[in-house]
Ligand binder design. Sequence first.
Ligand code: B16
Ligand code: MG
Length: 214
Amino acid sequence: MNKYTGVIFDLDGVICFTDKYHYQAWKSVADRLHIPFDETVNNRLRGVSRMDSLEIILERYDGRLSGQEKEALAEEKNELYKKLLCNMSPADLSSEVKDTLDALRASGLKLAIGSSSKNTKFILKRLGLGEYFDAISDGTNITRSKPDPQVFLMAADFLGMAPENCLVVEDAEAGIAAACAGGFDSAGLGEAAACGRATYAMRTFADLKAICHA
Ligand code: B16
Ligand code: MG
C-alpha cells in the first residue's frame, strides 16, 4: 500500500546534476569581475534562486552594482548556462532514477517537480522527460524561493493534494526546511540526508520505493 498519494521531486541534484554547468557559468561571470569563486562558494548556491545566488557571489566583490547591473549579470550567467545545458541528453538520466520513477508511477502515485529553477522545462525536455510529470511547479510560478515552502505548496495544489499526502524529495538543506515549513514529509539525498531534518535519510534514489510503499 502507498504511504502517500503524490511525490514532489526537486530537480537539480535529485533527478539530474547541473552543478558543473552552474559552476562554469557563474565562474565565467565572477572571473570577468575578478571575484574569487570556487567549489565551496558554488556549494552554497544549491537550491538557491538565481538572484540570491548572485548576492552570495557578490559577498566577495569590492565594488557597488545597481539593481539593473545585477539583473544584467544574472542574465549573462543564464545565457552561458543555457548554452551548456544543450550538452544534456536523455543519456544524463540514470537508469536508477528512470526505473524508480516508473515503479512509483506504476504503483499509482502522482509525480510532480518542485524546483527553484526557471529552466526546469528546458532541462526536463533535454532529459527526455518533457511530458513525464503530472505537475510542474518551478522558478517561473513562485515569488519566494526555498526555504519558503511556496514551490512545494503550489506543486501539491497542482496535483490537487494536501501536503500531508505528499512526499518531497530534496538534495539541499534549504529544500528540507521548505518541506518542513509546508507540512510535508521529506526524503533527503546527500547534504539533505545528513542535515538531520529530513523524515527519511536516503542512501540512493531507489530507496524511494521502500519509503513510499510502507
Ligand atoms: P535557474 P533546484 C536550483 O534548482 C539549483 O539548485 C540552484 O543552484 C539554482 O540557482 C536555482 O535552481 C535557480 O536556477 O538559474 O535555472 O533559474 O535544486 O531547486 O531544482
Ligand atoms: Mg536541488
